[in-house]
Design a protein around this ligand. Structure first.
Ligand code: AMP
Length: 289
């Protein structure tokens, strides 16, 4: 059976009913699918009988100065990727279908939604949570899979599911990278060859920080920061929005002497392209240096 494509609520409800005999995993995306998305679909297949993918460029999570209108849209190719990767259902709603006139109520992402990405993209996580909750209500999955590439997004979604008793199991998936280390992203297609060389500093910084975990949080940040400082002098330069070592559950900075798993997160711009990356770092703890 080929993949079923539903672009409206009625079509979705009809298609969803076909899978009522088994469990369903949802992989929410904004399309322009790459190997990272494909790996999420593969992982989802191991967590449920059937997999649904949503493709929706959500206007609520973009600020007016961001790339909503030029965000890549490659639907025909995306449908082929979904089918090849083993999805049974693809939901491709329009903005009018998702947000009919008169909308007032939305989800608030709380303090976690104002930190790091939230500080640079005000309202972003409220937009993410609102669309994710709507997608959960429409698709009614048992499980949903999100990439660790967007670690703060994964954390706020887990928080929403816990705080609002949403009956969906959230699964985090590893970040898929190109062979040179750059984390795959739909936005990488904006990068020129020169931009890409500069952009590699993100993953290099994470690796450098990671290699100094035993020396504590300050050393991790100093090593990663040195790589970013070097890239800031490159042509084109890297413009860093933040580098932080945070608690995975709260996204607050870890204190000196912190022990356990932390997330080293970075966001930076090359030209007009904004990139994020992160890596888990296990800190052995001990007295602050
Ligand atoms: P997006 O289409 O960028 O909104 O991403 C849809 C889902 O794919 C999100 O859960 C992302 O975290 C995940 N994702 C994006 N890029 C990657 C990647 N390189 N590796 C793993 N997951 C990814």
């Amino acid at each position: 059976m080929g993949v079923i494509v539903a672009d409206g609520r009625a079509e979705l409800a009809e298609a969803r009913a076909k899978f009522s005999g088994g469990t369903l995993a949802l992989v929410p995306t904004m399309g322009a699918l790459h190997e990272g998305h494909r790996s999420l679909i593969s992982l989802a297949r191991g967590h449920a009988d059937h997999v649904a993918v949503s493709i929706f460029v959500n206007p609520l999570q973009f600020s007016p100065n961001e790339d909503f209108s030029r965000y890549p849209r490659t639907l025909e190719r995306d449908l082929a990727v979904c089918e090849e990767a083993g999805a049974a259902l693809v939901f491709t709603p329009s903005a009018a279908e998702m947000y009919p006139e008169g909308r007032q109520v939305s989800v608030s992402s709380g303090t976690m939604g104002t930190l790091l990405e939230g500080a640079f993209r005000p309202g972003h996580f409220d937009g993410v949570l609102t669309v994710v909750l709507k997608l959960f209500n429409l698709v009614q999955p048992n499980v949903a899979v999100f990439g660790r590439k967007d670690a703060q997004q994964l954390a706020v979604i887990k928080r929403m599911v816990a705080d609002l008793d949403v009956p969906v199991t959230i699964v985090g998936a590893p970040t898929v990278r190109d062979p040179d280390g750059l984390a795959m992203s739909s936005r990488n297609r904006y990068l020129s060859a020169e931009d890409r060389v500069t952009a590699l500093a993100l993953s290099r910084a994470l690796t450098a920080g990671h290699g100094h975990a035993e020396l504590g949080p300050q050393a991790v940040l100093a090593q990663a920061g040195a790589v970013l400082d070097q890239a800031a002098k490159a042509e084109p330069p890297l413009e860093v929005d933040y580098l932080a070592l945070v608690d995975p559950a709260t996204f607050a900075p870890v204190p000196p002497g912190f022990a356990g798993e932390a997330i080293l997160a970075v966001a930076a711009r090359v030209g007009s392209t904004r990139l994020i990356d992160n890596s888990a770092v296990v800190l052995p703890g001990g007295p602050p240096a």
